[in-house]
Design a protein. Sequence first.
Length: 253
Amino acid sequence: MGNRLSGKIALVTGGSRGLGRRICQALAREEAKVVVNYAHSIDDAQETCNLIKSEGGEATAIQADITDQNQIDKLIAKIEEIYGQRVDILVNNATGPQPELSIEENTWGTYMDQIKFFVKAPLLLAKAVLSGMKEKGAGQIINIGSDVVQSGEANFSNYVTAKSAMIGMTRSWAKELGPKGIRVNLVTPGFTPVERHADISQESIERHKEQVPLRRMGQPEDIANAVVFLASEESGFITGQQLTVNGGKSFGV
Ligand SMILES: NC(=O)c1ccc[n+]([C@@H]2O[C@H](COP(=O)([O-])OP(=O)(O)OC[C@H]3O[C@@H](n4cnc5c(N)ncnc54)[C@H](OP(=O)(O)O)[C@@H]3O)[C@@H](O)[C@H]2O)c1
């Protein structure tokens, strides 16, 4: 436990499981008050809160579909009602289903399904928290991308395309918001098994490890630690950057 984020309100989208849960826990260990956003699984979101509370941290689960403007408005209003304070740290982490589709199988709709999570939702959320951050002259926005943008992945262009947009968006927001004291960065995880990867064979895991210079799989905590770093003052002179957390797996670009 530390106190690097003491007194800060952190909103983590998709905090009910997977990387989001570990990001919530890591932020709470630094004394942030964490809003665990979720869409469907109240039990999972509650479990994230229980884990945080069992370590002495503070967390509240709030349901909202972050691709919907009305639900975002209600989410932000509820946070202010509960804490009497505006959001200091926004982590754009949530994802919907990520179907692997060939170019022929893809449609504008399947592209938009990804873009609404990785472009629309971060934009609507940023717009919702910016006035509070500007008033304080401080704030952190941390987008969660993916290293598939560097590797390119066959039959996954819907997801890769939407994730690609996040780097340009991050850089552009960082330039615009830097003068206001607001930093914007992108964490790009490599393959980091979470609950939804339970069916992946040991053979695939071993094959992946062979390609990772550090010869292990990423752990959700590896991603969470990067987020805490970017949320804290230790990274106070870093903005508009991409921090890849994938054990050094490089793609020759
Ligand atoms: N894990 C990896 O290997 C990996 C690698 C690279 C990048 N990433 C990125 O890391 C982020 C987290 O991935 P993950 O693997 O942890 O995903 P995950 O385990 O599938 O979790 C997704 C989270 O998003 C929430 N969610 C889904 N639809 C939502 C909506 N409409 N509104 C609000 N929340 C919603 C889910 O909540 P409900 O359960 O309530 O639906 C859940 O908490 C994603 O952006 C992903 O692209 C992951």
